[in-house]
Design a protein around this ligand. Structure first.
Ligand code: GRF
Length: 202
């Protein structure tokens, strides 16, 4: 399955997907990496892997619509079966999501539906959580609301800071996301009637 990954930063999740896709039996091929930041560290990492990279900087466009239109035109060329958001820090419009309905997945650094949005690790610590983790989910029009494909958890340890917890969660993100993409690319999980139907990634 042709897969395009969207990033805004270092792209460690994108690289975990790139690494996984190197296995002969992996059902997805990363055919492009798109960023909204020209200086996203992940772009250089993807280029070093020989993957086509594209930066669409928001301030270069008069409106969100024109920004998305440029991205959609690149996607029409890349013709992805799957779009993976991986540390992509921009909300996609309803029109964009409808255009690619059921083909977009995302990784979020919390056990959704707990802690949608930002600063998830600090919020988990402040709430006294004893576990934290990450969720791979289908992208729907609401932020971080789509049905989950898989989740992975870690303990919250005494003395944890947002940084120490983020590091522990990021490690399992890099294991969960390739598993979730594998299941999705193999057709073992899909979104039907707003629900994830099929296998669970862990
Ligand atoms: C990760 O915590 C991911 O869950 C969130 O963005 C952070 C950075 O991701 N969406 P990456 O290193 O750019 O993949």
């Amino acid at each position: 399955k042709r897969t395009v990954v969207f990033i805004s930063g270092g792209g460690s999740n994108m690289m975990a997907l790139v690494q996984a896709a190197k296995s002969a039996d992996y059902p997805a091929e990363i055919v492009g990496v798109i960023s909204d930041k020209a200086d996203a560290g992940g772009l250089a990492k993807a280029a070093a892997e020989g993957i086509a990279t594209f930066a669409f900087v928001r301030k270069d466009y008069a409106s969100k619509d024109e920004h998305e239109a440029a991205i959609l035109a690149a996607l029409d060329e890349l013709a992805p079966d799957i779009i993976c958001l991986a540390g992509y820090m921009r909300l996609l419009s309803s029109a964009f999501i409808q255009r690619h309905e059921g083909r977009i997945i995302n990784i979020h650094p919390s056990l959704l539906p707990l802690f949608p949005g930002l600063h998830t690790h600090q919020r988990a610590i402040d709430a006294g959580m004893r576990i934290a983790g990450c969720t791979v989910h289908f992208v729907t029009e609401g932020m971080d609301e789509g049905p989950a494909i898989g989740q992975a958890a870690v303990p919250v340890l005494a003395g944890d800071t947002a940084e120490s917890l983020a590091g522990r969660v990021l490690t399992i993100e890099h294991q969960l996301y390739p598993q979730a993409l594998r299941l999705f690319a193999e057709g073992k999980v899909k979104m039907e009637g707003g629900k994830a139907v099929g296998a669970t990634a862990s």
